[in-house]
Every structure is written in C-alpha cells, then in structure tokens.
Design a protein around this ligand. Structure first.
Ligand code: 26Y
Length: 817
C-alpha cells in the first residue's frame, strides 16, 4: 500500500549531505566551526540509523502480512563491531557517502575511526551471535536478538611492563547513536523470597511466588541491517530500580536506604563477566542470566498475545534459540509463566516448552559447563528450583520406565549430587529443547559421544550439527575492500549474497598476473597493519616478511605458548648459526586473558618478553620480529585478518568446539597451520589438503595418549632442540636474570602438560619448516591463498542460518528489497 515507506537503499549524494547536515544542526545543535570528529560521526550515524530503521519497518510490515513463524535468539553476549561502515555497505551508499562528505571537506575514514564498538561479549560465542543477526537480517528470517545492555563491556586491555592491565570499557561515554530506548517496553523481574502452595476452589494447585525484591528491565533497540534487504532488531535489556508503592510506604523518610537499594538493583547490568570458558559461580552472573531471560520471555509472550493468539500454540509461532546454557533458565521460566501465571496444565506447558526451545552447545571443556549450586539457585529463584525438581523427577521416572540403570540415571539427572548439589544447565537445556546442536562436525560428534552421550542414545533424532559461519560481508567486503574489488571485477557481485560463487574464480588460480594482483593487495593490507602496529606498539614490522598471526582469547588449550616455543626454537637456530632456511617472519599475537587466569596472564608476559629479546637483538631482528598487539577487538580484527599470510589454529585436538577466526583468516587469503580440531577439519576438506599445513595428534590419539599415561618429561629428555628451548624459559635471559618468572609455565609443561604441547612439538616444528619452504615460492603461496578464498563458500553465516532454518527452526524466509 502507499503507506509503506520507501527504500533506504542507494541514496543520492545530495540526500546524504542534506540528512547529515540536518542531524548535525538540529539533532546535535552543532555547526561545522565548532563540531568535533565525534559530532560528525554522531551526525552521520543518526542519519544512517534513519535509513536502517526504514528497512526495518519495511521488513516488519512484510512479516506481519505473511504471519510468519519467528525466531528469538537468546544470547548473553554480542560483539557487533562498529556499525557505521557495515550499515553503509548494506545500504550500498559507501561511495556516495564518501563523496558527500568530501564535498564538505570531511574524510569518511576518519569519521569511521571514531566509532567505539560495543564490547558486549568475550570472544567467539558473542561474535557468532552478531554474525547470525547479520545473516538472519540478510536472509529475511523474522527474528529478534535478545541480550543484556552491559554498561561496561569487556575491559580494554593495555600492557604495563609487558603484563596485561585491565581498564574499564566506557563504551557509552560519548553516547550511542545506534540505540533507541523504549521506556514503554519494560518488564518487572522478581528475585528471592519464597513460594506458597494452595489449592483453589477447583482443587487445582496454585503456586504463588512472593519475592523479596523486584527490578525493572527496559528495552534498548539497535537495528541490524541485512545486505540490501531486511532489518531486524537487537533488543538489549537494561536494569533499573523500581520504587514500588509498598516500598515508599514502608520507608517513609528513609530516603538514603531507598537510594542504596536503587543502586544495588542497577548493578545487575553494570558489567560483563570477562571469563570465557571458566566458571566463576558468581551470584550476580545468575541474576544477569535470569534478568534478561525473564524480560525476553515476557516480551515474546506479549507479542504473541498482542496478535490475539493462544499460548497453546506458542511453539508454532516462536522458536527460541539458546546460545549455550547462559540463557537456559528460560526452560524453567517459560514453564512458570505457562503454569503459574496462565494456568496451563503441566503436561501441555511442557509440550509447548520443549517444542519452543533449541539449544546450541559451544564447548566440551568441563570447566565451562555451567552448574549452579542448588542452594544459590533456590535462594535467588525459589520457584524455578521447584520447577527444575519437578522436570527432573518426571524425566527420571521416564528413564526408570525405560529400564535405564541407576548409574545412567544419576549421570543424566539435572542435579549433580556428588559434592555440593548443583544443577547441570546443559542437561536442563537438553531436556527442555527439541533440538541440540554442536558448532562443527567434529564437535557435534564428540558432543554425542562424550558430554551428552546418554541423551544422544535416548533421543538420537534430537541431536544435529550446524557448523559455524562468519559474516563474510563484514569480514571480507567491508574489511578487505582491495580484495573485494578484485573479486567483484572478475566475477561480479553475486558472492555478496552467495559466498559459494567465489568458486567462479577457479580459472584464475594459476593465472600469473592475477596472482600478482592478489599479492599486491595482500602487501598493501600488510603495510596498513604495519603502520597501525608501529603506532600502537612502537615496533616496526617489515611487510615483505611472512605475517604469522595468532589472535584469539588467551587460553592454555589454544596453545599460544606452543607458538612461543616455536619462535624460541627459531631464535636459537639463528643464534647457533643454523638459521639459513628460515623465511623472515613477523609473529603477531593478540587476545585478552581473563583477569583471574594466572597462566594466561603469564603467557602474555612471556610473549612480550620474547618480543623484547628478539626485536632488540640485531643478530636476529632482520629475520624475526614479534609483537603483542593489545586490545584485540572486532574493530582491530577487521584490520588484522586481511593482512595475514599464516593463520595459527593450533589448539589441542578435541578442545576447540569450532573456531571462527580460522574462517575469517582463510576468507582473507591466509593459509592455515592447524590441528584436526573444530572447524579446521572442514576448512581443510574444503580448501584441499595440499593448501593446509596439518600437524599434531588427532582427537582419538589425544585420548589414547592420555589413557596410556602421558609423561611430558620423557619427551623433553629425548628431544634435544625442545630441551634447549624449554631450558631457555628458565635461563633468566628472557627476564633480566629472573629465573622464576616463567617457571610456572615450565613446570606445568614438564609435569602435567594437559594440552600436550610437548607431544605435538616436533610435528609442529616440521610443519612450520614446510611453511617456510613454501613461502619461498611466492607464486605457489599465492595460488594456495587463492584456493583458500575461493573454497570458503561453506563458511558464510548465511549458510549456517539456512541450516538452522531448515533443520531446527522450520521457518521460511521473507525478503524485502
Ligand atoms: C559460563 C561462562 C564461564 C562462559 C562464558 C563465555 C562460558 C563460555 C563462554 C564463551 C565461550 C565461547 O566463546 N566459545 C566459543 O564459541 C565459538 C562459537 O561457537 C566457537 O567457535 C569456539 O570454538 C568456542 O570456544
């Protein structure tokens, strides 16, 4: 109809200029003579936000007309990265905007540089959630992403004397032009207190939860735009105090206590917990989880009822995807809402619940599998604990009927009562969902054979795999414009919406002039990264060197320290006059360590110590350079991946659920050195064995090694080079004579070595020698680089989201243009 808004795409230079100036004058009250760079950034962002909302509104109308089945993605973390550049790309107005600003003597790149990204996540899991919103928008999945509006996101990392130091992330300090607050979309969330069980006049049990505190969650909406198409919303909840009628009456005159209470309740969304894959068991974290889950479910139910629908068919209209177990209390919360508030019978409510949820598992690491103490959960959420007990008792009865052994039953129980009783959130999520998926083929297989084996035997059809993917528009089109242009010149724009179209480049893989263009683009990207690294660290790299890059969270299982052992082996080879085959290499590290993770922080110190030693030694620093690039983030990542020659994916097999950085590197033409872990396996399958440097034990070999009794010390004794490298750690040469500084790493590797660095050492060294040999043939390297990129089709998050739609959500997409 004519009331439908026009498209926000392909605007003219004059339209852009006009809107930009209007936002600057009337939105911000600024004129060019006093405007700061941040004013210009905010003005452009506000103008762009209008066009993004235009697309969003068009989508909403379309979804409403089609009466489509929708998806709510629940994630405690998001890492969207800077919005402005991505939105310009998706509106197809980057070039026009650049010209419009140039007319005003302004530089788009400088304005883009102003944006502070929302660091509302730790790493892979949060970034995956944002890639998925991008693809859901692009494909036209009627969807909404729910999460938490942390006031302070992941800390900013600085280096002090080579150690990580954490600085509060004040991402909202300069305001956030992308979000719109919705004060009328606000819900109350209860905590604590007790429950009352009564029979009503119909002799039906009625449970009443009398909480001891309540807080309000208010929605903040950020539009997420797909490529030349739909927009969806990321809805983040922010906590605030409620001054209830009762509260005011009881505390008449007690203003300061009221203020204190208000301060306490606003703490809930203050800060993101910076631990990934390691439990802290903190009460506030459980509060955060329940808070955002409760707000989100209330919101979804409000939308459902608003459309005049019955809760009996809730699951036919909504899919709720649980991004790991962090939102898994939702299973109990939906039961509570249906049974206690809407008076649904338990069995029917359970049917609705189980058909609503689906659960994605992201880890097999025991220390990352969420467990909440029964005691804590009962204190904070007494009604939910009762519901979990009820779910469990019915579930275990079912198992008994099916003649499961007592041992199996206790393994499968939602309650772990060995030691302090606790709730296994992965079991709650599995029992309460109709589908459970892992995030790579290998991980999904291991999930079924290890962590959730009993469940997979009980419900084989419930288990499935969706291999992760990445937003290729952000990580190629936006962040590597040189390569993107070359691709588009050769094969057109189809790849932007269908990454498998990159295969059309196959005929160029052997073409010498194409290879040369390819190499020049990589070289320019390396020059840009070199400048950035010099500015941030003072270390000047040489862009003609091999750029060998290891960026991701610092964790022992990811084995940054294996990379360090390799660097030291090269250093010692050079010092011993045996380094002639070494190709000149710059080693670049980046990643944050959880602030309480002793070993991870010491690994950072080790990297910076090795960097100091090597960069300042004229005998080796023509051939080797090492830097630790602080504060790795999405924004930095966008500059790092395009400049990589070699991607380090060297986790111990069986530990990295998928990895997504591995995909971003390959997509930008880096070759991978990696183990058969996570999605590396599938990357290698796609790009071809010859174009992937493989090393290390397989998952099965890891298991056998551990079973047979692993003695790292024996390997140390038998391998002279390795012994020399290891002893160097405690020689004092890395630490101004302090022989104790790196002893914890040394001891850990010689005594336990839980991630088998020593076992995989020789294999890694040999694979690296192969890398250095291959690098010497630049045409061959370029060819393999091209073959990596053109075979990346599978790893677009568009493919992942299509898989979710077909296999799990059963939704049809609805596209608007
Ligand atoms: C419970 C709490 C301590 C916790 C907080 C954050 C536990 C885990 C996490 C984050 C996990 C995470 O980022 N996992 C990564 O998910 C990616 C997306 O699926 C995978 O690619 C990657 O292998 C996995 O480590």
């Amino acid at each position: 109809t004519s009331s439908k808004p026009g498209s926000g795409l392909d605007l003219s230079k004059e339209e852009i200029k006009k809107s930009f100036l209007e936002k600057l004058f009337y939105g911000l009250g600024r004129i060019p003579t006093v405007a700061t760079d941040n004013d210009y950034y905010s003005a452009l962002a506000l103008a762009v936000r209008d066009w993004v909302f235009r697309q969003y509104v068009r989508s909403l109308e379309e979804y409403a007309e089609q009466d489509s089945r929708g998806v709510a993605y629940l994630s405690a973390e998001y890492l969207p990265g800077p919005h402005l550049g991505n939105n310009l790309l998706n509106l197809s107005i980057t070039k026009t905007t650049r010209e419009a600003l140039a007319d005003l003597d302004l530089d788009l790149d400088k304005i883009l540089e102003q944006e502070v990204e929302p660091g509302l996540g730790n790493g892979g899991l949060g970034r995956l959630a944002s890639c998925y919103l991008d693809s859901m928008a692009t494909l036209g999945v009627p969807s909404i992403g729910y999460g938490i509006r942390y006031e302070f996101g992941i800390f900013n990392q600085t280096l002090k004397d080579g150690w990580q130091a954490e600085v509060t992330d004040k991402w909202l300090h300069y305001g956030n032009p992308w979000e719109v607050v919705r004060p009328e979309i606000a819900f109350e969330v209860k905590f604590g207190g007790y429950t009352e069980h009564k029979y009503d006049s119909n002799n039906k049990l009625q449970v009443n939860w009398i909480p001891d505190s309540e807080i309000r969650g208010t929605a903040y909406d950020t539009p997420i735009l797909g490529y030349r198409s739909n927009g969806i919303i990321m809805r983040l909840w922010s906590a605030e105090a409620i001054e209830s009628f009762d509260f005011a009456a009881y505390n008449m005159g007690d203003y300061y206590r009221a203020v204190e209470k208000k301060m306490r309740s606003e703490n809930i969304t203050k800060v993101l917990y910076p631990n990934d894959e390691n439990l802290s068991g903190k009460e506030l974290r459980l509060k955060q989880q329940y808070f955002f889950v409760s707000c989100s479910l209330q919101d979804i139910i409000r939308l459902h009822l608003l459309q005049g629908r019955e809760l009996e068919n809730f699951h036919e209209k909504f899919n709720i995807q649980l991004n790991d177990t962090h939102p898994s209390i939702a299973v109990a919360e939906l039961m509570r809402i249906l049974v206690d508030i809407h008076q649904m019978e338990w069995d029917e409510a359970w049917h609705v619940t189980r058909h609503t949820f689906a659960y994605t598992n992201h880890t097999l690491l025991p220390e990352a599998l969420e467990k909440w103490s029964v005691n804590l959960l009962g204190r904070l959420l007494p009604r939910h604990l009762e519901i979990i007990y009820e779910i469990n008792s019915r579930f275990l009865n079912e198992l008994r009927k099916q003649n499961f052994s007592t041992e199996q039953i206790s393994r499968m129980s939602l309650i772990d009562d060995r030691g302090e009783p606790s709730i296994r959130m992965a079991h709650l999520a599995t029992v309460g969902s109709h589908k459970v998926n892992g995030v790579s083929a290998l991980h999904s297989r291991l999930l079924k054979s290890m962590v959730l084996q009993d469940f997979a035997e009980l419900w084989p059809e419930k288990f499935t795999n969706v291999t992760n993917g990445v937003a290729h528009r952000r990580f190629l089109a936006l962040s590597n414009p040189g390569l993107a242009d070359l691709i588009t010149r050769k094969i057109g724009k189809e790849w932007l919406t269908d990454l498998s179209a990159l295969r059309n480049l196959e005929k160029f893989a052997d073409d010498k002039s194409f290879q040369e263009e390819w190499r020049n683009i990589k070289f320019k990207n390396k020059e840009r990264l070199t400048a950035l690294i010099e500015e941030r660290t003072g270390v000047k790299l040489d862009p003609s060197m091999l750029f060998d890059i290891h960026v991701k969270r610092i964790h022992e299982y990811k084995r940054q320290h294996l990379k360090v052992l390799h660097i030291l082996s090269l250093y010692l080879r050079l010092k011993n006059g045996k380094g002639k085959d070494i190709s000149p290499t710059s080693f670049i590290f980046g990643g944050k360590a959880a602030p309480g993770y002793f070993m991870a922080k010491r690994i950072i110190k080790l990297i910076t110590a090795v960097a100091d030693l090597i960069n300042n030694d004229p005998e080796v620093n023509k051939k080797l350079k090492v830097v630790f690039l602080p504060n790795f983030s999405v924004k930095l990542a966008q500059q790092v991946y395009p400049a990589a020659d070699l991607s380090e994916q060297i986790s111990m097999a069986g530990k990295e659920a998928s990895g997504t950085g591995n995909m971003k590197f390959s997509l930008n033409g880096a070759l991978t050195i990696g183990t058969l872990d996570g999605a590396n396996v599938e990357i290698r399958e796609e790009v071809g064995e010859k174009n992937f440097f493989l090393f290390g034990l397989t998952t099965e070999e890891v298991q056998e090694t551990k079973k047979a009794g692993y003695h790292p010390y024996r390997i140390y004794e038998q391998n002279n080079d390795l012994r020399e490298v290891m002893d160097f750690l405690i020689s004092g040469k890395l630490s101004k004579g302090d022989k104790e500084l790196f002893r914890p790493i040394y001891d850990n590797l010689l005594q336990q070595d839980p991630y088998l660095l020593l076992k995989d050492y020789q294999s890694y060294i040999e694979a690296m020698d192969e890398v250095h040999k291959t690098w010497k043939d630049q045409n061959e390297w370029a060819k393999r680089s091209i073959l990596n990129v053109i075979n990346m089709g599978k790893f677009s998050s568009d493919r992942s989201i299509s898989d979710y739609c077909e296999d799990i959500w059963k939704v049809e997409t609805v596209k608007v243009v």
